[in-house]
Ligand binder design. Sequence first.
Ligand code: FAD
Length: 436
Amino acid sequence: MGTRIALFTRDLRVHDNPLLVGADQVVPLFVLDPKLNGISANRLRFLHQSLADLRQNLRDRGADLVIREGDPVAETARLAAEVDASSVMVAGDVSAYAQRREGRLRDERLPVEIAPGVTVLPPGAVRPGGGGASYRVFTPYFKSWERAAWRASVVSPRTIAMPSGIAPGRLPSLPAGESPDAIPGGETEGRRRLRAWQGQISRYDDDHDDMAADNTSRLSAYLRFGCLSPLEVALAAKADDSPGAQAFLRQLCWRDFYYQVTAAFPTLSTEPMRAKADTEWRYDEDGLQHWRDGMTGVPIVDAGMRQLRAEGWMHNRARLITASFLTKHLGIDWRPGVQWFFRWLLDGDVPNNSGNWQWTAGTGNDTRPFRKFNPIRQAQRFDAEGVYVRRYVPELKDIDGAAVHQPWRLPDSVRRGLDYPGPLESHRDEAVWLRD
Ligand code: FAD
């Protein structure tokens, strides 16, 4: 079985990680690619926190995390030669970057093994009837996904044998993020949150859309970096037959769904899936900037956009409302929206960010592509008392109850005292919903 280089990428964990079992000796490696310095500051910080935690978890098992800086393929090949490795194992992934890395590793004539673990089911494991490359509609995918045979999860090894004499390398000092209230990275923190979430999961079907209750798992960033195994999270939900756990399992399946869409449609972040739906976007730099700044004058939209900056995360209902507002109300192209979310989101990744944006903009896999969320009705339904808005828009903190959703309806004397913008110029004529 020999010595294996375990090349960590999107699987920064020691639980359910196939990289760590089945070889005589393992050399855990993470390569800091200078290209990573261009990624979002929030995700870079989360990544570094996760690496520090992974290193500790490996040390607790008698091994270490070897850190190298440079081109991941060149550094892997160099270390493989140094330790006379018999193979390199890396998690299978769908991004263009990961695909290139895998191809280049093979070009180095290294025996490459691809491990499962970034999703519950690898893309392509279930296919639609009629032989299509991927499912384009969610519900049939979910049915096949749920019924499919999932692999067994891998038990975390108590000890890991690693060759001696390898310089571990230093982790650079922790980079600053941009969001003051971002949650910290790492498998230890992810597992703590998963355990806590299991105590709340039964309420998920009733509460997950209640924006003020904040009763979703907030596990997305740990799944994004593989601090948590999606399989382990799914197995835990499957074993719990409460309606909440079943609703959560269905939601988790969207993540796998978009990975298999991306595998079949790799240009998801730049090209519309439904080309015809992608024609007449308005150029409106002013509207776009107000949207980014959370200053559109529509409180529920502004609350979501400000949560994004403060926490590097936004409630799913708010993501739907803000993305729909940009594309369907302001008529602005979804691509700048994708980029803005990508800059801030701790969980930001190509399949889920671009897939959901395309769904919302009507260019993707929504079976009702012309649906248009009315932000006021959404606010009245999912933030009935206005608690979420007041949490993120302090200018409106003294407006009681649901009145906070329509400040333009407040008496003139109150409205004039608010340091909060009226609806956007570009949106005023179109804003029929302001009047009903
Ligand atoms: P929970 O409600 O607790 O759900 C559990 C898990 O299921 C999540 O952690 C996530 O992994 C998965 N999940 C839930 N909803 C979705 C969904 N609609 N699509 C895919 N997976 C889902 N999610 C990302 O992980 N990364 C992104 O970059 C991302 N961008 C989005 C952009 C837009 C415009 C929209 C509408 C949604 C986006 N989502 C994205 C999906 C969803 O909003 C987040 O996964 C969810 O809010 C994360 O919070 P949570 O962990 O508390 O979710």
